[in-house]
Ligand binder design. Structure first.
Ligand code: MN
Length: 296
């Protein structure tokens, strides 16, 4: 059974905030429908600092925000204004088009840590109306010293509330000290496990922050073991089976769609307006970069 070790890379989001990006990776672009995995923090920030990601558009995907420490304010063009707290999920379904901003509260200093993931929408769903959902409570279970939060999909009979459009799973596993369990997985799924804090052995392989272990389909058990405090993120899903094009904040199928979305963001209209964001609207990079990469 396939096992790959993928290294995340440093990337800058918004106002110069450094994060670790595990997906897309040069060696693997998707795990199921999960096509983007950013881990931000843990970081302390002064009053007036923190994460400032100005208004920007999305198409063809869902943004899935998992708050681990601190709070982040989401504002979007549908008029939603939602502060997300630790243990909660924000799910924004971009569909045919939406814009949003994400900011640390400006009036206090603090500490934050979050994971932001994107879920590619299958072709039959990617033009749907945009939507936003906030999930304040998620199912949790205890296994062998781990607290497991079911972020998306179903695990051990517990179903996460997030509305998703392809077969997938997302789990957060934390342990305050030594822990060991064997996860029962869907053998039709491929999986990835990233260490957010602390180290572990997953499927017998060592795993440290910054790396993601990929496990191919055909596996129905996965042993997870830690000698000390650890936080892991597991994502999985049925192999997506559609060729997607990922560029800037868009998931599409053709270069023409990217061009149109970029033009629509410049001209306004399609993506609406975000009120009350801390940062200025983001500017799309030059589309020529995508053309050079061989976009169709
Ligand atoms: Mn975004």
């Amino acid at each position: 059974m396939t096992i790959e070790r993928l290294e995340s890379r440093r990337a800058i989001v918004g106002d110069g905030f450094e994060i670790r990006r595990a997906l897309p990776n040069r060696h693997r672009r998707l795990i199921g429908a999960w096509c983007f995995l950013d881990h931000a923090g843990p970081a302390d920030y002064p009053k007036g600092g923190g994460l400032v990601v100005g208004p920007h558009p999305h198409i063809g995907l869902q943004t899935f925000t998992w708050a681990i420490e601190g709070s982040i304010l989401h504002t979007d063009s549908l008029g939603y204004r939602q502060l997300i707290h630790p243990g909660q999920v924000n799910l924004m379904t971009a569909g045919r088009g939406i814009s949003h901003a994400e900011d640390s509260p400006a009036d206090a200093s603090g500490r934050f840590q979050l994971a932001q993931l994107w879920i590619a929408l299958p072709d039959s769903e990617r033009h749907r109306e945009p939507a936003f959902d906030h999930y304040p409570e998620l199912p949790m279970l205890e296994r062998g010293g781990f607290r497991i939060t079911v972020l998306a999909g179903t695990f051990a009979g517990e179903r996460a509330p997030a509305a998703v459009y392809s077969p997938l799973v997302g789990l957060d596993l934390t342990a305050p000290g030594p822990a060991r369990t064997e996860l029962v997985l869907d053998a039709d799924f491929e999986h990835g496990v990233m260490a957010l804090e602390g180290s572990a052995h997953v499927g017998g392989e060592p795993l440290e922050p910054g790396a993601l272990l990929y496990f191919g389909t055909g596996r129905d058990r996965l042993t997870v073991e830690s000698a000390g405090p650890v936080r892991l993120l597991l994502v999985g899903g049925r192999p997506f089976g559609e060729e997607v094009l990922l560029w800037w904040n868009f998931v599409a199928r053709t270069y023409g769609e990217m061009e149109q979305a970029t033009r629509d963001w410049l001209e306004g209209g399609r993506f609406g307006k975000v009120e009350g964001a801390r940062g200025a609207p983001l500017v799309a990079p030059d589309l020529a970069q995508l053309r050079m990469r061989g976009g169709n």
